[in-house]
Design a protein around this ligand. Structure first.
Ligand SMILES: N[C@@H](CCC(=O)N[C@@H](CS)C(=O)NCC(=O)O)C(=O)O
Length: 213
């Protein structure tokens, strides 16, 4: 059985959602990742970055959210959550996965933890967050246009890209100030948060109210 190292209301929810969508049995190990004293047995060995999510598999640990999502979809999806390897949509699947992690995620991390970049300098932290908000708006515009009438990034195929986006977009800190200007992204976010699997994850993470964006 998989073991998932996770922190409440964090990127761990993204891995949880894929595990739930695919009905995979797993043991969540929930702890405060920001407090070294609470790191559970095996965590530092499993991930030298000391971050969550970290998934322990029968073949060793996997970290990096996108790697975990793709691994689970490939191994257990049976055609769900990712296009088959000979499908023309496969290139776009990778494109959005990489974009969401290499372009959206840095801004998400800045919104939540500017102190990692400017420790002890609140003014610089505020300025960084503000500059990053501008980037976030631009990124949301790209994502909203990409989803279009979708309803998903890959048309009618719901994939781990949609999950990766929704689970980074659900926190208000990462949303543009006026969500109504991004109707496609908002519709996709709402549809995902309304799924039974997402409701279970939000409930477990005490974030049920986020289902009503
Ligand atoms: N690139 C990583 C980032 C994960 C990440 O930053 N997770 C946060 C929780 S949302 C974390 O573990 N933070 C602890 C830390 O950075 O010390 C991924 O996508 O898995």
């Amino acid at each position: 059985m998989y073991k998932l190292f996770t922190h409440r209301d964090s990127y761990g929810m993204t891995a949880e959602l894929v595990l739930e969508e695919l009905d995979i049995e797993y043991e969540p190990v929930v702890f405060n990742v920001h407090d070294e004293r609470q790191w559970p047995e095996g965590f530092t060995r499993a991930n030298p970055n000391h971050r969550v999510p970290t998934l322990v598999t029968e073949n060793g640990p996997i970290y990096e959210t996108a790697a975990i999502l793709v691994h689970l979809a490939e191994r257990h999806g049976e055609g769900r959550l990712m296009p088959p390897s000979d499908d023309a949509r496969r290139a776009r699947y990778w494109q959005w996965h990489f974009y969401l992690m290499s372009t959206l995620q840095p801004e998400v991390l800045i919104q939540f933890h500017p102190e990692k970049y400017f420790p002890g300098d609140p003014d610089a932290q505020r300025a960084l967050r503000q500059a990053s908000s501008g980037w976030l708006e631009k990124i949301w515009r790209v994502l909203d246009d990409a989803i279009g009438d979708g309803p998903w990034f890959l048309g009618n195929l719901y994939t781990t890209c949609d999950i990766s986006f929704a689970m980074q977009a659900l926190w208000q800190e990462n949303q543009p100030s006026d969500l109504s200007r991004f109707p496609n992204a908002r519709r996709s976010l709402r549809a995902i948060l309304d799924r039974p699997a997402a409701r279970r994850v939000l409930r477990r993470n005490e974030r049920e109210h986020l289902a009503f964006v």
